[in-house]
Structures are given as C-alpha cells and as structure tokens.
Design a binder for this molecule. Structure first.
Ligand code: DON
Length: 307
C-alpha cells in the first residue's frame, strides 16, 4: 500500500461521505437489547503497526462486538490445539447466512467455516476443553491485545440467550452428530456471552493489530500468532468474514474483514494497519451498512487493498 494521504484527513472525509447512508439499514432486530441501540452513531479508528492511532466520531464509545469475537476465539483455539481445529470445522465460504441450519445437516454437522455460527459454536466447544468460561477467556484476550479492561454486557447476553432459538437448534444438531462434545446449552450460553463483549473502535483496532503485523503486537511487544497462522487468519477473514456477502464485500473493500451484528467491522491492511468502524444499522447479511461504505471509501481514498 502506498499511503499518500493523512489518515486524519481520510477519516474526516469519510465521516462526510457516509452521511447519506444512514437510515438504509436496521439495528439487529432479533436481539432486543441491540434493536434499541441509537442508530445514528458512527466511529472509526485506525491503528498502525508503528503504534500511531487516528480516530473520529464515536471511536471511543463501547458497542457489542458480537461476531467479531469469533476471530479472537478462533485465534485462541488455533494457538492451543493447532490444525486439529480443522477436524471440527471447515475453511470454505458457506454461501449461506451466518445462522443457517440445513447446510449443517447435509454436511453431517461439520460447519463450513469458523465464522458462521455453527463454526463459532464448534470453536466454543473446543475452548470449553481448556477453560470453564471461554467467554471470559475471549474477553480477556481481546482486552489484553486492546490494552483495555473489556466487559461482557450482561443485558445483551441475557437478551440474546432468551432469543437464541436458532443457535440452540444448531448446537443440538451438532451435538447429535458429535461435532459438539459438551452440553449444547452450555456451549450456547458461553457463545452468547462471548458475543456480548463490549469494545470501542480504538480498542478493536488495537486488538486486531497482530493480524497486520505478522502476528506481533507492537503495543504489548509480544508475538501473539505465528506468522503463518496470521496469514491464514487473514485468508479466512477475506473468504468467510462477512458470510454470504463476502464476494461483494471483497469487491468493494478488498481487505480481510470481520463483521458483527452490533454494527462493528474490523479490517486488516497487512504490514500496515487495522481499521475498525462502528455504525449500528445492518444490511440483510448482518453487516454494518455505513461501516461497509466507510471501509469502501477508506480503501478508495488510500489505495489500500490486498487485491
Ligand atoms: O449468533 C448470533 O446471532 C450473534 N450473537 C452474532 C451474530 C453476528 O454478529 C453475525 N455477524 N455479523
């Protein structure tokens, strides 16, 4: 990437460019606590591998990380059992919504990838072998990398657990195939609690920084992932990070990215920086509408793309 523009100028320009895109999506309606979030919020933060930070708008306001936590849970699972993870879950784009059920039955309980809910539930099941509370493990891992004390929003966790009928169905189906080994309800509970971790754009950009720095966190000066694993995590983000819109997302943004139904998005510019954006209104794929536009403008204005 050739950075010929100042990131502060880029962020200021993006904040103007995204304005017409508010009102085009809806907050996550299926989680009552998220449905009521003020939709008119927008934050964006950039953290470079040199440790420089640039931020605009609501970049220091906490939001529900939701599926973005799946990236960190996967990193923990791969760091702890390595390639054995891939005996439990695939590495292919699913072409289906993140909470799709019937593909799982056809494919005998093996989820297509670790970012759809089925795959994330399998990862939680793996983490349950190593920790009594995988949700706290993921929260603390993200907090350590983000140089922050992160919380689990108990109201969001309860709200999602009360309405997690589809995730219960997925977990029980996987239990019937033996691809989940713990009690399905315990897996769903840990997964929902993990999704309820709250984070700000600035903390998220910091937390994902090892993915831009070949696995090293310049902030805490520690190697978090081996370099080869870092490349692979970025490959999974690029091919599976935004579910059944991953092709058009790569076409528009061209960066390995992960979305969450809290309206957050994180994108990696290998060897350069991480960009995190938050705006709560979602498209039908569960991706922030304004966030996706913000990343699209970012890659256009900076010429940042891995493609
Ligand atoms: O499983 C769910 O429905 C949520 N806790 C997480 C979904 C999510 O964030 C999908 N990503 N955009």
């Amino acid at each position: 990437m050739k950075q010929v523009v100042s990131f502060d100028d880029v962020l200021a320009e993006i904040a103007v460019l995204v304005r017409p895109h508010f009102g085009k999506g809806r907050t996550a309606q299926y989680i009552p606590q998220l449905a009521g979030v003020n939709p008119n919020q927008f934050g964006m933060a950039i953290c470079t591998i040199k440790g420089e930070e640039h931020a605009i708008g609501d970049a220091d306001v906490s939001f529900s990380a939701q599926s973005i936590t799946k990236l960190f849970a996967l990193g923990l699972a791969l760091n702890s059992i390595g390639d054995e993870v891939w005996t439990r879950v695939g590495k292919e784009p699913s072409g289906t919504p993140f909470n799709y059920l019937s593909q799982l039955e056809h494919e005998e309980g093996i989820p297509r990838n670790p970012f759809i809910n089925a795959g994330a539930l399998a990862v939680t099941d793996i983490l349950l072998n190593h920790a009594a509370e995988p949700d706290a493990l993921v929260r603390d891992f993200m907090g350590m990398l983000g140089v922050a004390h992160l919380a689990i929003d108990e109201d969001v966790a309860v709200s999602e657990l009360e309405t997690a009928h589809k995730n219960r169905a997925i977990a029980n189906l996987m239990r019937s195939f033996g691809t989940i080994t713990h009690d399905a309800e315990a897996v769903v509970e840990a997964y929902c609690r993990q999704c309820a971790v709250t984070v700000t754009c600035r903390q998220l950009a910091r937390a994902a920084l090892p993915l831009a720095a070949r696995g090293f966190s310049p902030l805490i000066e520690e190697t978090i992932f081996p370099e080869r694993l870092t490349r692979r995590l970025n490959a999974l983000l690029l091919t599976c990070g935004t579910y059944d819109s991953v092709g058009s997302f790569a076409y528009r943004v061209g960066l390995p990215s992960k979305s969450g139904v809290g309206g957050g998005l994180v994108a990696v510019i290998p060897d350069h920086a991480v960009v995190a954006v938050w705006a709560p209104e979602l498209d039908r794929f569960g991706t922030s509408v304004v966030g996706a536009y913000a990343l699209e403008y970012f890659s256009q204005l900076t010429n940042c793309s891995v493609l």
